[in-house]
Design a protein around this ligand. Structure first.
Ligand SMILES: [Ca+2]
Ligand SMILES: [Ca+2]
Length: 266
């Protein structure tokens, strides 16, 4: 690597680490060299960090209990989270939509928002997942602070982002004219940062309400269409290419209504 490239690389890593405010536990205890190496790996690698690098907490660790207490306080509207955006760094549960929309009354949160606990990055501490508003948000707890681990933004449709069992996110967007469904499978790293996004879609071109096999002998306008990473493929190819993403369950969580009586700790 040329010196200039190396410098740019190191600068990027410093910016990244500053922005993230020490989310990664072992980073705070590592040497600068290993932080840099690890962060470069985070940014360039398409895989999760090796499991040997991650501190894994158990339910008896004070850190685990602290996290659940923080989630409780957040769900009750008593504590903000760090959204990692410059304009609105600290937001309460009633302000989750503020980035794109408006502030909700707590009563509206109770009516609309559901939550679930699930560990997405393998450190043993569950992330707090929130949906039912215009977006999807996963919070994590580090260094006495609640921070946004992943924010699905908004599509105007409340249930478009789904956390998956493997710790990634599947985005599903149905559309019209002709009816179609587009999918984006977001591969996230330890920090909840997107490291890869896979696009696929299917179109009900003949608008018969079904997605069926493409017939090579029939005019393309009369048959349904399948795309994977912007390339048209046959249904058989599409099924094979997308199998692993659909196999990653999005229906494994128990979503519970938010209320001021939420209890996560015993
Ligand atoms: Ca976690
Ligand atoms: Ca069809």
């Amino acid at each position: 690597m040329k010196k200039t490239n190396l410098l740019i690389c190191i600068l990027s890593v410093c910016l990244l680490l500053t922005a993230f405010a020490g989310c990664k536990q072992e980073a705070a205890e590592s040497t600068p060299e290993s932080i840099a190496e690890s962060a470069v790996e985070q940014e360039t690698s398409t895989s999760q960090p090796s499991t040997s690098e991650i501190i894994v907490y158990t339910e008896n660790d004070p850190m685990y209990i602290e996290a659940l207490v923080a989630y409780e306080e957040f769900l009750r509207g008593e504590r903000p989270f760090n959204s990692r955006t410059a304009d609105t760094p600290l937001l309460y549960i009633t302000e989750m939509e503020q980035v794109h929309f408006t502030v909700m009354e707590y009563e509206e949160v109770e009516r609309r928002v559901t939550y679930a606990l699930y560990d997405m990055n393998g450190d043993g501490i569950p992330e707090l997942h929130l949906t039912g508003f215009n977006g999807y948000l996963a919070l994590t707890y580090y260094n006495n602070e609640l921070i946004s681990w992943f924010h699905g933004g908004t599509s105007g449709s409340s249930h478009s982002y789904y956390p998956t069992e493997s710790g990634n996110v599947l985005y599903i967007r149905p559309g019209a004219a002709p009816p179609h469904i587009t999918y984006q499978y977001l591969i996230l790293n330890y920090f909840g940062r997107e490291i890869e996004r896979i696009y696929f879609a299917k179109y009900d071109v003949n608008m018969d309400g079904e997605y069926t096999e493409t017939d090579a002998n029939v005019d393309r306008r009369e048959t349904d269409a399948y795309y994977f990473e912007d390339e048209q493929v046959t249904k058989a190819e599409w099924d094979e290419l997308t199998e692993e993403y659909f196999a990653d369950s999005i229906d494994f969580l128990e979503w519970l209504p938010v209320s001021r009586n939420v209890i996560l700790t015993v």
